[in-house]
Design a protein around this ligand. Structure first.
Ligand code: SF4
Length: 430
């Protein structure tokens, strides 16, 4: 399902399973972190063996693998760095994502042939900055998130290095990912990959002589989420992003679950292909984005969406003051392990005979089906398959299943639910 587009679709891969899922749903490239030197200390980061497996799996499908080495390093971090970078080169990863000039300098010396991408944490907001990093040997820049479309276009026109832009995912109120809130309130340093996400907390006021009495600082009856940003979504701006010459669009979410990551990649794959087909059919004509892309995104859960700085500075309407709860109209039910007339499915949320589910096929094709029977892999019928088990499904209609394809069910009383349970990230960092 990998039609090669003129703009790369770059997807998060917080684990081997997520990597396989997002590649199945059409990612052209993935980014992931090793056990060291990567922000996202709480993602299921990759051991060296995992990294080798990831690269083998991806390269067999013509998908590139970029590895985050994007902490802001202290002197104590530097000793282990050269051996780690050499190991990444032996594993044949396709590029390093770096923020810290010191780490960049070491990489240029130790693995001079390796492509180096600048992380959004480096905060490139202007043409001179972009030229500076290009002169340091950076071949691709992930621009600061605080840029308008016009600024992105100007930078692209001024440099020869490639440009990468975040188009979708959780945002936080940090400046290009730099933030001291977590370290200050919880002792966990966001700039070392260990953010506790206190910007999502519900805040109260306490007077020092009345311990235990909390005074609400209310924006509404649900509480006060004063730092809680809506999620980024630029899907309806893809035609302009193409026209600006952006080389790669990036999706946030290394710590999200496979349903969210696979689902979002599936939508952006279809949207990118739509833009490309329109441009090929009628070069120069305006491209209209059908509403169903956004309708599909909403099914995956959201805090509400914002286009962030794309047209200018965000306002109050770009924040989510009503709380951390998100809308989710569907929940994941399983993932196909082995296709066939009776697919072997790993259950993510109990499955019972008689219920109606939906298969998330390629090209945004949603295939409803009924579960006729559930059996263990050795043929024992079950009244219910529980999360984590692997079972054979008999369905009507029969479906053209594919490995790593996702199955979901409509959420009971669809509308207000929690996002897929994960160690959820919220920064939009690379
Ligand atoms: S998620 Fe972002 S804004 Fe929130 S505490 Fe972490 S770095 Fe700061």
């Amino acid at each position: 399902m990998n039609n090669k587009p003129c703009c790369e679709l770059l997807a998060p891969a917080g684990s081997l399973e997520k990597l396989r899922t997002v590649i199945h749903y059409g990612a052209d490239a993935v980014y992931l972190g090793g056990k060291e030197f990567s922000l996202r200390a709480h993602a299921t980061n990759f051991s060296e063996d995992d990294l080798q497996q990831a690269v083998n799996f991806a390269h067999a499908r013509q998908v590139r693998v970029f590895v985050t080495v994007n902490i802001f390093a202290h002197n104590r971090d530097l000793g282990r760095l050269p051996a780690y970078l050499q190991r990444l080169a032996e594993i044949e990863v396709d590029g390093l994502i770096i923020s810290d000039p010191g780490v960049l300098r070491v990489a240029r010396q130790v693995v001079p042939a390796m492509s180096i991408h600048l992380s959004t944490q480096a905060n490139v907001t202007n043409v001179e900055s972009a030229l500076f990093w290009q002169e340091q040997g950076v071949s691709r820049l992930n621009l600061a998130r605080e840029l308008t479309l016009a600024e992105i276009r100007q930078i692209k026109q001024a440099i020869s290095a490639k440009i990468e832009v975040f188009v979708h995912g959780a945002l936080c109120i940090s400046y290009s990912g730099r933030c001291l809130l977590s370290l200050y309130l919880t002792g966990r340093d966001a700039n070392q990959g260990n953010c506790a996400h206190p910007c999502r907390y519900d805040y109260r006021l306490q007077e020092e002589k009345r311990p235990g009495q909390f005074f609400p600082v209310e924006e509404n009856g649900r509480g006060t989420y004063i730092f809680n940003s809506k999620d980024l979504c630029l899907i309806n701006r893809l035609p302009e992003i193409f026209a600006a010459g952006v080389d790669s669009i990036k999706i946030e979410g290394r710590m999200k679950g496979i349903y969210y990551a696979g689902g979002i990649v599936r939508i952006y794959r279809a949207a990118l292909d739509h833009v490309q087909q329109c441009l090929e059919a009628s070069p120069g004509a305006p491209v209209v984005m059908p509403a169903h892309f956004m309708e599909e995104i909403v099914k995956l859960g959201t805090r509400g969406y914002t286009e962030n700085f794309f047209d200018g500075p965000p306002t109050e309407s770009d924040m989510c003051y009503s709380g951390a709860v998100v809308d989710q109209t569907y929940v994941p039910a399983g993932i196909v392990v082995t296709p066939g007339s009776r697919p072997l499915v790993e259950v993510r949320n109990r499955i019972r005979p008689g219920e109606q589910l939906e298969y998330m096929a390629d090209d945004l094709d949603n295939v409803p089906f009924e579960v006729l029977g559930v059996e263990t892999a050795d043929g024992r019928p079950l009244a219910q398959a529980n999360s984590g088990s692997q079972v054979l499904l008999t369905t009507i209609p029969e479906i053209s299943w594919q490995s790593y394809g996702l199955i979901r069910r409509i959420h009971n009383g669809a509308g207000r639910g929690m996002v897929e349970k994960t160690a959820e990230g919220s920064r939009g960092k690379s």
